[in-house]
Design a protein around this ligand. Structure first.
Ligand SMILES: [Fe+2]
Ligand SMILES: [Fe+2]
Length: 219
């Protein structure tokens, strides 16, 4: 199929799965225990540092200048998110300089993405799909912050972070339109996107089970 038809189909498949990540129930915040904005922002720091590093690793292992620059832009944005979230944590009374978000190691999604070798798979998984997940999760997190009365964190996500993640998704779309040209490439891209969604669902289920978390923001 044409790259245009392929990307349209991939988008529709992704959106169908993403609807499962956003049932109505996840919008009712469970503020029991330690589920609060500070702890969710600590999860966000880990997501941002992982997203920064994946984009940086990929940027040095491609010869395609447009792809290189897309990953460079993304790495810069994710690092900016990290800094803004750390600043917000400081305002909330938590010093992120004393916190190592990677103390427990990298997560399974990072490991999967790090193993991808072709641009078409990387962009399908890391930008087109992961960033679409981020948009859904950030919408839920904004809702959570508003219900918790934290308008400042909600505004940070709504006005800065979410538009950036949306842009990363669109970068993925434009590169896929150029690189997902053969049936074989399209199939690899499809598999990489599906695996990314699976891992995201598994991570969400695990976070829900161990910590009651279903609002952790993505990137
Ligand atoms: Fe981010
Ligand atoms: Fe992002």
């Amino acid at each position: 199929m044409t790259p245009q038809d392929f990307v349209k189909e991939l988008d529709e498949r992704n959106q169908a799965v993403l609807r499962r990540l956003e049932p109505e129930a996840t919008l009712a915040p469970e503020v029991s225990g330690d589920l609060n904005v500070i702890n969710l922002l600590k999860v966000a720091l880990k997501n941002e540092v992982e997203a920064t590093e994946i984009a940086a690793r990929w940027l040095v292992t491609t010869d395609d200048v447009e792809v290189k620059m897309a990953f460079a832009r993304q790495a810069g944005d994710e690092a900016k998110h990290y800094r803004m979230i750390a600043e917000r944590l400081r305002e909330l009374g938590f010093d992120a300089r004393l916190f190592d978000p990677l103390a427990k190691g990298y997560g399974p999604l990072f490991g999967y993405l790090d193993g991808l070798r072709s641009t078409v798979e990387r962009v399908a998984a890391g930008q087109f799909t992961r960033e679409a997940i981020a948009v859904v999760k950030n919408r839920q997190f904004i809702e959570f912050c508003e219900r918790a009365g934290d308008r400042v964190t909600a505004a940070l996500y709504r006005d800065v972070i979410e538009p950036d993640e949306r842009f990363h998704h669109e970068l993925g779309r434009s590169i896929l339109l150029r690189t997902a040209t053969t049936g074989e490439d399209q199939e690899r891209a499809r598999r990489a996107a599906a695996r990314t969604l699976e891992l995201a669902e598994e991570l969400q289920a695990a976070a829900l089970k161990t910590a009651g978390i279903h609002h952790a923001p993505g990137c």
